[in-house]
Design a protein around this ligand. Structure first.
Ligand SMILES: NC(=O)c1ccc[n+]([C@@H]2O[C@H](COP(=O)([O-])OP(=O)(O)OC[C@H]3O[C@@H](n4cnc5c(N)ncnc54)[C@H](O)[C@@H]3O)[C@@H](O)[C@H]2O)c1
Length: 339
């Protein structure tokens, strides 16, 4: 079978996760990598034995490239993805899908117009504990969702922001802890809980205000479409990257996701539905291990023409709408309707 040709734009910290997944799959081969920093592009090309460029347009005009992975700073996602689908490429874009809801809407329209997929990297949806929680909730056996809780207590150093200058700025990162770190948790909360209708929230820059202009802490109340209520807290000001906690209270049982496990509490007894997998990851532990699964599913979808397992721009946009609502609520004090 012909392997699909892939190119990666952006050879920074996340790109190795994509490159490793592409080269170890039987569905894909890495044709080229791109970075405006020539040293990074060269180093990646020599490691993965592929071509390198400093101008991403060179991969858009290459017939051997079927899929473009966008691993660049947030403000570039929308324009690069739109140019890529216009050039006939499928696109896998790192989170966030874009830095504004309107940009994401344009991406969705262009994807449809040109008949090319755009998938979004919310790899944590493919974690076994997330998949199992979704299956149990959707089966209806534990009743309706009543409440959803999400807690992210992480830390990011000064150097994290100063070494990649696009971070910490609204124009280039699009926000702080909400759009960069906690967006995975917001995505899981809205996916598992059944979609968010309105939000009330607050943002603050508590620790590194001399380095960043974006928020490092946020909290919110989420009003779900099905009547459930959610609470959410996220900060980059802690001293460790603690495991994210997600709790889903349903009519007949409560599900808890924590550190790779899923536990169901029902009538005072606890059942472990998913245990933590063994072994180390070669990457940062808080990135999780499911990028390779998400990437493989994206390639399978292209080859089969069935996008069921692609996280579409429309879906990827839901967490952006929540974030946009939290900012608006924080500045006005109002509940903001987002859907
Ligand atoms: N899914 C996850 O868990 C996860 C984890 C980390 C990062 N990410 C996402 O991946 C993306 C990249 O993050 P990172 O941490 O790798 O950032 P980074 O700063 O380490 O790397 C970004 C790279 O893009 C390059 N670049 C900038 N402008 C470019 C252009 N015009 N053309 C080509 N290359 C360009 C930079 O030179 C840099 O090498 C972000 O969207 C981030 O949110 C996702």
């Amino acid at each position: 079978m012909k392997r699909l040709g892939a190119a990666i734009i952006g050879c920074g910290s996340i790109h190795g996760v994509h490159a490793d997944a592409i080269v170890s799959s039987e569905l894909s081969r890495l044709v080229s990598v791109v970075d405006i920093d020539e040293k990074r592009a060269r180093a990646s090309a020599s490691k993965y034995n592929c071509r390198w460029y400093v101008d991403y347009r060179d991969v858009l005009s290459d017939d051997q490239v079927d899929v473009v992975h966008i691993c660049t700073p947030h403000y570039l996602h929308a324009s690069m993805a739109i140019e890529a689908v216009r050039s006939g490429k499928h696109v896998l874009v790192e989170k966030p899908v874009a830095i504004s809801v309107s940009q994401a809407q344009e991406m969705a329209e262009e994807s449809k117009k040109h008949g090319r997929y755009i998938g979004v990297c919310f790899q944590n949806r493919f974690n076994p504990e997330s998949q199992k929680a979704k299956e149990v909730i959707d089966s209806g056996t534990i009743g309706q969702v009543k409440g959803v809780k999400g807690i992210v207590t992480w830390f990011r150093t000064r150097e994290y922001y100063t070494e990649s200058g696009w971070r910490g700025r609204f124009a280039t990162e699009g926000g702080g802890v909400l759009i960069n770190q906690a967006i995975h948790t917001l995505d899981l909360m809205q996916w598992l809980g059944g979609g968010v209708k309105a939000v009330k929230g607050n943002v603050a820059t508590n620790l590194l205000g001399d380095v960043i202009e974006v928020e490092d802490t946020a909290d919110a109340l989420l009003f779900f479409k099905n009547g459930a209520r959610g609470i959410f807290y996220a900060t980059n000001c802690y001293v460790a990257n603690s495991p994210v906690e997600i709790e889903i209270v349903c009519e007949k049982a409560t599900l808890r996701i924590y550190d790779g496990t899923l536990v169901m509490e029902q009538g005072g007894s606890y059942q472990r539905l998913v245990s933590k997998g063994s072994g180390e990851t070669a990457y940062k532990s808080y990135w999780g291990r499911s990028h390779a699964i998400l990437i493989e599913e994206f390639y399978k979808a292209i080859l089969s023409g069935n996008p069921r397992h692609i996280i579409s721009v429309e879906e990827g946009m839901e967490s952006l709408k929540i974030i946009d609502g939290i900012y608006k609520s924080s500045s006005t004090g109002n509940v903001i309707n987002i859907n």
